[in-house]
Design a binder for this molecule. Sequence first.
Ligand SMILES: NC(=O)C1=CN([C@@H]2O[C@H](COP(=O)(O)OP(=O)(O)OC[C@H]3O[C@@H](n4cnc5c(N)ncnc54)[C@H](O)[C@@H]3O)[C@@H](O)[C@H]2O)[C@H](O)CC1
Ligand code: K
Length: 372
Amino acid sequence: MNEQESISYLTQQQAAEIDDLLMGNLGFSIDQLMELAGLSVASAVAEVYKPSEYNRVLVICGPGNNGGDGLVAARHLHHFGYKPSIWYPKRTPKPLYAGLVTQLESLSVPFISIDSLPQEFLNFDIIVDAIFGFSFQGNPRPPFDDLIMSMASLSAHYPEHQKSPVIVSVDIPSGWHVEDGDRSGDGTRPDMLVSLTAPKLCARTFSGRYHFLGGRFVPPSVMQKYKLRLPKYPGTAMCVQIGNSCQIKVEDPVPAKFLQKNVEADPFLQFQKWFDDAVATGLKDPDAMALSTANKDGKPCVSPILLSFFLLQIIIGQNSSRMVQLKKVDREGFVWCSNYGSRKGHEIAENPHASLLFYWNTLNRQDLTIEA
Ligand SMILES: NC(=O)C1=CN([C@@H]2O[C@H](COP(=O)(O)OP(=O)(O)OC[C@H]3O[C@@H](n4cnc5c(N)ncnc54)[C@H](O)[C@@H]3O)[C@@H](O)[C@H]2O)[C@H](O)CC1
Ligand SMILES: [K+]
């Protein structure tokens, strides 16, 4: 079963029904749900975009609850060390929203003027698109129409190569049809989508790098009623990544950043760049690598099983693999600590062929293999 078949997608009507259920018999208030939704969005942002590199965040808020999620996310992002600014052209006087605005003002989070966009887009590292959620209908009306068009023209898929901000869409990429997705084909192209409660049908065509699920409040009765199949939240997390970190479009089989013309001619330099990315992204144990060696009769190989049983040493025929820690890399080679008397020590003495494998999952470099 592929990922798209194994998780559930909601229609627009189901999303609205679940919202009503939660705030009806199930006893939630909108304030609670919005707080958890906004916290999920901020958590997903913090999982991927480190504030040291992506500090300036523009949160664009629409007139409904999706906009409210954006206001909550901005507050949490502020506390997480980001510098959020808000664009909020259609304010509502409801006490919930007025309170969220006051909370942001008390943190001196700036509300930028309506005329300052889209000119100021490029002053930001991240744009949080909290304009429209699952109640969006028809075509966007002013002032959001022009803004969504400008956002769509920012090509944000491969931010390392273009100085444009990454777009993070809350629940739905704004301007997309809730079920059919980007009908025109030239709508917003978020780098990250944070689906709330469960992905909506439009998320099936999301092709950005990161798809997260947030809104950790769905009780079993709702899961059963709608037969929801959703990934489990790990530990205390407020968000969980769905599927692979990179869903590559069929017509774009090799991401531009991996094309030969876009990588360093010197493999050591390229490795160092990718390693620095892995460290900066906060990956756990970026220096952990699977070392495969073989005795004089065999060739080294890392079994795919190793990816699932990450820390286990496995032995396949004449070959063996185990996890070691990278100590140093330079033009002389890759250095790790070992014991000459160990199995790997003996094997390398007999047969100098070896391969290393790094598992940098969230960087779309899940199985970087080095052979020598
Ligand atoms: N259970 C959950 O998952 C929760 C999700 N939350 C978030 O709430 C939104 C849905 O909120 P809702 O207020 O129903 O709708 P929207 O935010 O999508 O926007 C409604 C707002 O927009 C106007 N509008 C609709 N279409 C257009 C248009 N074509 N042009 C201009 N304006 C339009 C409409 O008039 C309304 O004013 C969900 O996606 C989540 O993000 C909750 O926060 C918590 C529970
Ligand atoms: K949105």
